[in-house]
Design a protein around this ligand. Sequence first.
Ligand SMILES: Nc1nc2c(c(=O)[nH]1)N[C@H]1C(S)=C(S)[C@@H](COP(=O)(O)OP(=O)(O)OC[C@H]3O[C@@H](n4cnc5c(=O)[nH]c(N)nc54)[C@H](O)[C@@H]3O)O[C@H]1N2
Ligand SMILES: Nc1nc2c(c(=O)[nH]1)N[C@H]1C(S)=C(S)[C@@H](COP(=O)(O)OP(=O)(O)OC[C@H]3O[C@@H](n4cnc5c(=O)[nH]c(N)nc54)[C@H](O)[C@@H]3O)O[C@H]1N2
Ligand SMILES: [Mo]
Length: 780
Amino acid sequence: MSRTSRFHPATRFRPYTGPAGGWGALRSVASAWIGSGNALKNIRAMLRTNQNGGFDCPGCAWGDSPEAGAVKFCENGAKAVNWEATRRRVDAAFFARHSLSQLREQSDYWLEYQGRLTEPMRYDSASNRYLPISWDDAFTLIAKHLNGLASPDQAAFYTSGRTSNEAAFVYQLFVRSFGTNNFPDCSNMCHEASGVALGETIGVGKGTVTLEDFDHADAIFVLGQNPGTNHPRMLEPLRQALERGAQVVCFNPLRERGLERFQHPQKPIEMLANQDAPTHSLYLRPNLGGDLAVLRGMAKYLLQWEREAQASGAPAVFDHAFITEHSHGLDDYLAAVDAMPWEQIEQQSGLTREAIRPAAEVYRNAGRTIVCWAMGITQHHHSVATIQEISNLLMLRGNLGKLGAGACPVRGHSNVQGDRTMGINERPPVALLDALERQFDLPMPRRNGHNTVECIQAMLTGQVKVFIGLGGNFAQATPDSPRTHQALRNCDLTVQISTKLNRSHLAPGREALILPCLGRTDIDRQASGPQAVTVEDSFSMIHASWGQLEPLSALMRSEPAIVAGMAAATLGTRPVDWLWLAQDYARIRDLIAATIPGFADFNQRLQQPGGFYLGNAAARREWKTPSGRAEFKAHPLPADVLPARARRSGSPDLILQTMRSHDQYNTTLYGLDDRYRGVRGMRKVVFVNPDDIRRLGLAAGQQVDLVSLWDDGIERRVSGFTVLAYDTPPGQAAAYYPETNPLVPLESTGLQSYTPTSKSIAVKIMPTSGAQAAIALASV
Ligand SMILES: Nc1nc2c(c(=O)[nH]1)N[C@H]1C(S)=C(S)[C@@H](COP(=O)(O)OP(=O)(O)OC[C@H]3O[C@@H](n4cnc5c(=O)[nH]c(N)nc54)[C@H](O)[C@@H]3O)O[C@H]1N2
Ligand SMILES: Nc1nc2c(c(=O)[nH]1)N[C@H]1C(S)=C(S)[C@@H](COP(=O)(O)OP(=O)(O)OC[C@H]3O[C@@H](n4cnc5c(=O)[nH]c(N)nc54)[C@H](O)[C@@H]3O)O[C@H]1N2
Ligand SMILES: [Mo]
């Protein structure tokens, strides 16, 4: 790769000591502008990011303050916008130049860098190339395949979380009218555990806080999240909270720069004076998967202090009024807390009870606490139990449904939460199906459908024959890459509705289509004029997004128009006139208003500047659980953070987490650097503790293979990774996703969530055979 050669080996890895944000962020924004080939237009577009009348940032799902005029994008939002709004195009001429075999030789970075997909293409197996096809012929081909299936359950319909509410609603209506609930989606690999866990405990599978709560919290916990890279706009509220005397406590095995210090790149005085500020007051570094143990340790302290308070007559530590009025199951939970030996907590978390105590003290002393979390919590075998322990702790001190307090699963994709609200759900609530049946007078399928992992299994066995992907990069985002690619190739038809070329297009079924769609930044014109779409952020705020830039090609279509086209070809006008619906998205919103709770008068309420709050029953202390109360859940600590099947095939050298660099958006790579971790121009690296490097007889800079442990006889190996000596707890390693997805066994999933365990993979590590000597690297 040409970019790697720019760096002398010794400068490719050097610990970064500056704050997050700062000049590095500004430099990076400038180079994203220039790199897009569309700098001037994009600068104007950027200033419309997250503004009323502008577009919603296609980056993360952090919320916006309603304040008008403020600049509301961050470095990584700028990269996301410029990446989408490029002038480069991938058209019929491009595909004529490159066969699939040639394209497969290219890196993921190269594939997306080629530009926007601009016309519909059909895979031609004879020439192993994509050839142009008309939209009508593409829709006819899809309808022929779908209508030729023996059962609607032989098709699966994937969704990635950038899809707007309008597109998602029409999509689920089309798919359910066709007859299946096979809705694998990116959420299955992301915050599924949060939805499952909170659904059981507080009756709503979403966060209970809004942005305003961050101004009132006395303590904010940030667990298993790297906001400096993945939610940069969160750093400012954290810093402000510290400035007004609140505590910010982080749990993370790695010292993430954004959780240490931050300099606001949009505050000129701060930048010129080179001032920066801390973003945490306490930093705990547990083992991978050790958070449940840490939280249980905190609960043990709280229980001890509560007993002491009762004995001495001091003020209670527990919120007894909340517990009595609102909760259920306290006694069983406290029995589980009592029964848990400190030795097991210390062994599993890697932290002593003395190290855990300050976190418990912060929590006891805070009147109002928010707990935030992301993938470091959700992508483990026991994630549901960990998240339920978060809600146990919140309940003990009444930190639900009050200002400045609550649960905050920080979402990933900008509309992943909205897509679920719209019914992208393989296990749909009965109320949703009933509402759709009433509205459309058509029976809806009642069988649960396939999630992402089950969908891959069903494609491998031939039970699913047609795969349609509304966005995303199914081949690379999912686990066990060679098997997933095989699963796609097994299909009779694969359809990818995409903005950019990616590896999913290179694993076609016997027949395959690429359907190029408009993105968030593009102006979307339909028969009734320019259209807005809507999205829901992590705080359940719904707002409109208006594209700002002229689309690159008249042959690109909007997602709602593409879904309507597929539906009309497959179902005619049953149960609605699909094409009429897509002519004016207000018509789609009227149907959402009629069927999805909380959306009454949708079109009118959208006129409010900044959008509207969907509401959350748990935040009002209404508990939609079977007992009508918030439920304590008494989980035992898992005997092991690894699934038994991993242990059965040997004892691991290391436990590996797979995470994002600073220059990527999921499988989209904007570049090959990871500034805050000091890495330049490389991605095939593995971060290992120096003592582990010695213990395993390796050397920093050496090329290694990683082989994961699973008891099914399949060898899962990645090769040629460079060892970096890094400050990570002993035995805990890290590497980037998606390069390491071949190591994640498809069957290694979370209990109840079915989420691939991307943050705890048991691996063996060994020198790559025939590799050259170690390259010289500055070490930690
Ligand atoms: N720029 C950018 N923004 C993004 C994305 C992107 O790729 N790029 N992706 C979007 C999406 S879809 C999502 S879901 C989010 C992801 O946002 P994050 O969850 O921040 O993403 P990861 O890079 O997976 O980071 C996981 C973090 O958890 C820590 N961690 C890993 N395992 C454990 C553990 O067992 N315990 C604890 N306490 N910590 C652990 C890791 O060290 C790392 O800091 O970001 C969204 N925003
Ligand atoms: N090992 C490992 N695996 C993981 C994770 C991990 O941490 N570790 N994280 C998981 C998580 S949290 C997630 S959310 C998934 C992400 O899984 P996905 O959402 O499937 O993947 P993305 O990389 O976000 O998808 C990128 C592609 O989306 C298309 N695209 C971009 N914008 C648009 C748009 O507006 N419309 C349409 N139709 N297409 C668009 C482009 O063609 C681009 O190539 O990956 C999961 N996989
Ligand atoms: Mo995600």
